[in-house]
Design a binder for this molecule. Sequence first.
Ligand code: T1G
Length: 692
Amino acid sequence: MTALTDMADLSIEDGIALITIDNPPVNALSHGVRQGISDGLAQCLADDQVEAIVLICAGRTFIAGADITEFGGPMKEPGLHAVLDDLENASKPVVAAIHGTALGGGLETALCCHYRVCDAGARFGLPEVNLGLLPGGGGTQRLPRVVGAEKALEMMVSGAQIGAAEALQEGLVEEIVEGELRSGAIAFARKVVAEGAPLAKVRDREEKLQSARDNPGLFDDFRKSIARKTRGFLAPESNIRCIEAAVNLPFDEGMAVERKLFQELMRGPQSRAQQYFFFAERQAGKIPDVPRDTAEIPITRVGVIGAGTMGGGISMNMANVGIAVTIIETQQEALDRGLGIIRKNYENTASKGRISSQDVEDRCGLITGSLQMEDLADCDLVIEAVFENMDLKKEIFSKLDGIVKQGAILASNTSALDINEIAAATARPESVIGLHFFSPANVMKLLEIVRGDKTGKEVIKTCMSFAKRIGKKAVLVGVCPGFVGNRILFPRQAQAQKLILEGALPHQVDKVLVEFGMPMGAFQMSDLAGLDIGWNAETSKGESIRDLLCEAGRRGQKTSAGYYDYDEKRTPSPSPVVEEIIRGFSDKAGLALRDISEEEILERCIYPMINEGAKILEEGIAIRASDIDVTWVYGYGWPVYRGGPMHYADSIGLDNVVATLRKYAEQTGDSSWEPAALMVRLAEEGKGFSDL
Ligand code: T1G
């Protein structure tokens, strides 16, 4: 075994050379890997002893792509294209031996080898679109030549991975090796040598492109099918154009299209934001004062208090990953209703073919209902999901304290109440934590984990990894009203309210937010949540637009009327009745109406969010700015191609944000516009939140 670089070595076994990549954690194509492949190849081609070459990786996976940490800087030679050309033009057979995930530049490397074999657990994908990019190592031209344009469109625009069996079926690999991959790959290489098989280059293949050539409408049909899902993103269209080039142009011309579109995306703000977000997601899992080796509490049994919308959704998350759940309700009727809705949701999913009817039975079988809180005695985790009333929650936690075994985690799904006060209702505040799911809880990815002043490190560590186990993106936050997500939502909603009193209309405000990339606007969101949350008919005095709408029976989507009118398909349309109510309220309040520009609407909705984010960082409620971005992308649908509110602020320049906030502070005389001290300091230092 000879070391080629610090990330690659070469060994030869009876005429078969093995170039082994070793660049933990995911064998990314860092400079040392590229140099290693290049040097190894040169040595093998020059060595008469060598009949064939196997490219294999040590560790948990084959090459998982280009090294994203190297983006943005000059690429050290040899560049990726040079290495891939050397591989494809090698005069001896090169076999890629794949385990784990062959992704992005990793799959492109494998596509430049003459043959590909893998183990049964291998997965394959070109997920560059998730980074606002496209495969820049020839993948856009080679993948369609192997799996066809239709499959390539699906894989490259979704970024999804396929498994070994499907890869074999699609012709992406020649063999799924039984037993040990290394020896299997060597045996395959020997077979190739023995058969004297031609050194087939993927670039020369055409047969799989024919069906697309015979179906010129393929691309436009595909564009239509993804339009809604990819609204606002630039990368999907560029991926499609590259595959079109693969179908319609000679290989080298197609490569030129790929290179041009790749560089355009790489230079753009969207990819910068999505690369930032790639690391932001991974940072969110790291808690500075909770060491990686902190012990975790095993969770095999979970209890959920409340079978309402949240309790039901939360329970489904557990059953989806095979964890037994006991749901507690106070009335049999409420329990039956809750369990019925869970079963209906599963049957609905099964009717769409996403799970089998057996899955429905298995998952419902894991969820047991009970009216006895004592049945939770042996649970490892109990999540309370009853309506937002502090006295009720404290009563429940004090009961749980007397029932549930010591060492178990007691969690509240509250979206705003004080976790410390809830914890104080028990004798074990170190076991109390907030697990704030977002509705619908079985769908929304975000889980805001709220640490109380006394929450233990094992409890935090356990909940952070438990979140991953149930498929959630966890963000750890401190205790304050609204935690991080809702606390940042409040000032936006407040400004939206002010804007309609000053002359804008709900659909005008929402149009700006939707065009900015939000899934829905401020008023559509209020209508979806219900305008009567926390509203009381007896005490309502028409003191706000919300009061007036609720008094008029307009409670939101559920009453087909709120800020909008809704048809049977729940499509919103502006309401002349609402416009009259708003204008009447402004008139009564003596507010002068004026035309408000879309730019002002955007600034007044987004900048207070940024300012609140800065205050949250000042108070240490969030560990880092990127956690706020992860919260808003996964919890509120902030467009990932804008990175999140804090990244967006950095992209605008904090000096501009501060200046704009001060402009509105002056215009309105409203001190809530005063920029946070932290942001003022960073702006003065010419820095951004990412410098914190
Ligand atoms: N470059 C640099 N670091 C990477 C990396 C990469 N490609 N992939 C992962 N890491 C780091 C990550 O930051 C984390 O670090 C650690 O590895 C473990 O990752 C020319 C342009 C492979 C499925 O998009 O999807 O090729 O936080 O926590 O959950 O066409 O990582 O521990 O310090 O995610 O087991 C295309 C990206 C690149 C795949 C493993 N490839 N990676 O998931 O671990 S662009 C990708 C993943 C490209 C070419 C183009 C996942 C994974 P740390 P992890 P995991």
